[in-house]
Design a protein around this ligand. Structure first.
Ligand SMILES: NC(=O)c1ccc[n+]([C@@H]2O[C@H](COP(=O)([O-])OP(=O)(O)OC[C@H]3O[C@@H](n4cnc5c(N)ncnc54)[C@H](O)[C@@H]3O)[C@@H](O)[C@H]2O)c1
Ligand SMILES: [Zn+2]
Ligand SMILES: [Zn+2]
Length: 361
């Protein structure tokens, strides 16, 4: 019997989200239905409802979630009802050119559920990032479920499903931050603060948090920032250079997703340093840079999709570090809210009042 649940749906570009009745099919071969226990509100959900990702409305939003497995479909192994899982949007295929070269964190053919969840009238929903977890239950590919230690509260664990993993991974995986490095992070929301935390975990000696909001800068200190720069008041590039002996940081992580902050990242970086773009731009944005500077400054310009994470490797490892008291994941949960509060959470995110609002079910 299909499940009838409540879920948060974006019906059209820029329209306020609404709570709708959603039909979740029984899991088919290779699929699983998950009881969502918690789901963080990520800026990418807002991008979806503003039409910044694609036009495949209506979207079932939410993609930063943890829960327990309700049921699995035929042929699913290694996952059973009751398992505590974090949902991921990188269920690696094992067959594509990236997987076959031993780089599954780039997998180009990740798995999602084959069946569709629908509105009561049968309209097919597009689940955000193939997850759709602002709902009491959701249908995913079994590979999108990563088992973790149930001792971590779902509101905290779920954050690893997107933003916090993207930020930590931007530092430790994509940026390759290591002991003694200088790191600057531009934009210290949920993702950028996680990049600060990742840099700290990796042993960076100097971690410069840059934001236009003093609240975010204060929070960034709690994740390991050694210096903060309010770029509304101070030139970010000059400030980062000053704090790094006049040279710029070894790794600069851009966690806003705008051309002007990308340029700051580009020039706030030392020669032969690395820029990591983890913020997601929108389709109309373009970037202009002198090609001579691209050449002359050397180094690497990288983008970080989901922190180049491998969920099966990284989620359990980070949960273990958290349970040992070595990773401040609690600091990301600014508030817990209900399923009906997502629109209000978007507004708080917009006003900069939260790192993460987490929907708890
Ligand atoms: N690459 C990925 O896999 C991935 C995953 C999740 C989210 N994201 C993206 O990361 C970005 C950040 O997401 P979030 O959830 O942290 O959002 P957020 O709204 O919580 O944080 C954005 C931060 O940027 C700051 N900011 C805005 N304009 C700025 C400027 N000009 N200079 C400096 N700081 C500025 C804001 O004050 C805020 O603190 C979004 O674009 C989101 O879509 C990417
Ligand atoms: Zn693959
Ligand atoms: Zn996200």
């Amino acid at each position: 019997m299909p499940y009838t649940v409540q879920g948060v749906v974006a019906r059209g570009k820029g329209q306020e989200v609404s709570l709708e009745t959603v039909t979740v099919p029984d899991p088919g071969p290779g699929e699983a239905v998950v009881n969502v226990q918690a789901c963080g509100v990520c800026h990418t959900d807002l991008h979806y409802r503003e039409g910044g990702i694609n036009d495949e409305f209506p979207f079932l939003l939410g993609h930063e979630a943890a829960g327990t497995v309700e049921a699995v479909g035929a042929g699913v192994t290694g996952l059973e009802p009751g398992d505590h899982v974090i949902l991921n949007w990188r269920a690696v295929c094992g067959q594509c050119r990236a997987c076959l070269r031993g780089r599954p964190w780039y997998c180009f053919a990740t798995h999602n559920a084959t069946q569709k969840m629908t509105l009561a009238d049968g309209t097919e929903l597009s689940p955000a990032l193939g997850i759709g977890a602002f709902a009491e239950k959701t249908l995913v590919a079994a590979g999108q479920c990563t088992k973790v230690d149930p001792a971590a509260a779902p509101a905290v664990a779920g954050l690893l499903g997107c933003g916090v993993m993207a930020g930590i991974g931007a530092a430790i995986n994509t940026g390759g931050v290591s002991r003694g490095d200088s790191v600057a992070v531009i934009g210290c929301g949920g993702v950028g603060s996680a990049a600060v935390l990742g840099a700290s975990l990796a042993g960076a000696a100097r971690i410069i948090a840059v934001d236009v909001d003093d609240r975010k800068l204060e929070w960034a200190k709690g994740f390991g920032a050694t210096h903060t720069v309010n770029s509304r008041e101070t030139d970010a590039v000059e400030a980062v250079r000053e704090l790094t002996g006049g040279f710029g940081a070894d790794v600069v992580i851009e966690a806003v997703g705008r051309p002007e902050t990308y340029k700051q990242a580009f020039y706030a970086r030392d020669l032969a340093g690395t820029v990591v773009l983890v913020g997601v731009p929108t389709p109309e944005m373009t970037l202009e840079l002198p090609l001579l500077d691209v050449f002359g400054r050397g180094g690497a310009l990288k983008s970080s999709w989901y922190g180049d994470c491998l969920p099966s490797r990284d989620f359990p490892m980070l949960i273990d570090l958290y349970l040992q008291g070595r990773l401040n994941l609690d600091g990301f949960v600014t508030e817990t809210v209900g399923l009906g509060d997502v629109e209000a959470a978007f507004a708080k995110m917009h006003r900069g009042e939260v790192l993460r609002s987490v929907v708890v079910l």
